[in-house]
Design a protein around this ligand. Structure first.
Ligand SMILES: [Zn+2]
Length: 357
């Protein structure tokens, strides 16, 4: 049975080469199966042992077992090698190249309306105003009556109000406690007067709601910034001077301004405040209706009944107030023709304002 001895020697020699050629764990496992598995080459040879000449059988058996042990050890070593290589490869692939150029990161930016609001806050802060905020859900008493707009007063038609429904009412009817969504930020002025002690200088940025059909210049939701000054001797001249400074701070030194008579129930006298057209600068163009002027806000001296509603004695104090639509200021600043663009979530439009202004 020297034939079996020779075949065993060949398996031993071949196993070394085949193992060295096995490039990964799977190849080693498949070799293990081919040599040592149930019908592996070495296994089949061991089964031939009973037919070997009894004198030689112990020696051949010993050789076969030794080869089997050698192959198992060699496989274990090879697997260890392969695992170490795999780890090296993984480390190499995950290595950080400190000299590689960075990948661009998508950074968000302020919405153009919010960016204008920030600018207004800054400008008015420089004029000594502080921020005063109030709730978006108000009562009719605060939104109208306290602002000198009694129930059934025709001027209420100026504000198409969204009422909160009385719980359980069907069809829905306005809540009996008069809960509404505020139609302007003016009730915050009442809250400021009740809470603060004069001299008062506040602006009241915030969101308002009206029952409006949505079109290029109207929305049911919009933003306002109002301002209020209450002191012992404020005057229309102070208001005029402050607004002129404000317009130049917002739109540049060359901006011209004018006041026209206006009407609001909560101020007396009331004025409309215009700036020279931001598009044509004065000669007249379609954007300004060929007038050369654009109205940016309404203002006036606070009505004595409004001061009283705020707990301020109108004989001892006067006040002036002004209010503007943030959306309109934003449209004018960027020459945007349609308010709905600001309210949409179209990134192709909004990303144009990544620069901030
Ligand atoms: Zn113009």
């Amino acid at each position: 049975m020297t034939d079996l001895r020779a075949r065993l020697a060949r398996v031993r020699a071949d196993a070394r080469d085949r193992l060295a050629a096995a490039g990964d764990v799977a190849a080693v496992e498949s070799l293990r199966n081919a040599l040592l598995g149930r019908s592996g080459e070495l296994t089949l040879m061991l089964r031939e042992l009973p037919g070997v000449d009894p004198e030689q059988r112990p020696q051949v058996g010993q050789l076969a077992n030794a080869i089997r042990g050698e192959i198992e050890l060699a496989m274990k070593a090879r697997l260890g090698e392969l695992e170490a290589h795999a780890l090296d490869a993984r480390l190499a692939s995950e290595a950080i190249d400190m000299s590689a150029p960075g990948r661009p990161v998508r950074v968000g930016h302020l919405h153009p309306t919010l960016s204008v609001e920030r600018d207004l806050r800054e400008i008015f802060h420089a004029f000594g105003f502080e921020i005063f905020e109030g709730p978006e859900i108000e009562t009719e008493a605060m939104n109208f009556e306290a602002l000198n707009i009694p129930p059934d007063h025709p001027s209420r038609d100026l504000w198409d109000t969204l009422y909160v429904a009385e719980p359980g009412s069907d069809p829905p009817r306005p809540a009996t406690d008069g809960t509404i969504l505020r139609t302007h930020t003016s009730p915050v002025q009442i809250r400021a007067m009740r809470e603060l002690t004069p001299p008062i200088r506040v602006i009241t940025p915030g969101r308002c709601f009206r029952y409006e059909a949505v079109d290029a210049s109207h929305n049911f939701e919009f933003f306002q910034v109002e301002g209020l000054v209450v002191d012992r001797d404020t005057s229309l001249a102070d208001l005029k001077g402050m607004l002129e400074e404000f317009a130049r701070a917002l739109y540049g030194e060359a901006t011209r301004t004018r006041f026209r008579p206006g009407y609001y129930p909560f101020t007396e006298p009331s004025v409309a405040f215009d700036v020279s057209c931001l598009v044509c600068g004065g000669p007249g163009c379609p954007a300004c209706g060929r007038s050369g002027w654009m109205t940016i806000l309404g203002a006036g001296m606070v009505h004595p009944s409004v001061l009283r509603a705020g707990g301020i004695d109108p004989d001892a104090y006067q006040g002036y107030a002004f209010g503007m639509g943030l959306d309109r200021i934003t449209l004018l600043r960027h020459g945007i023709p349609d308010l709905r663009l600001l309210m949409g979530a179209d990134l192709r439009f909004l990303s144009q304002f990544a620069g901030g202004r």
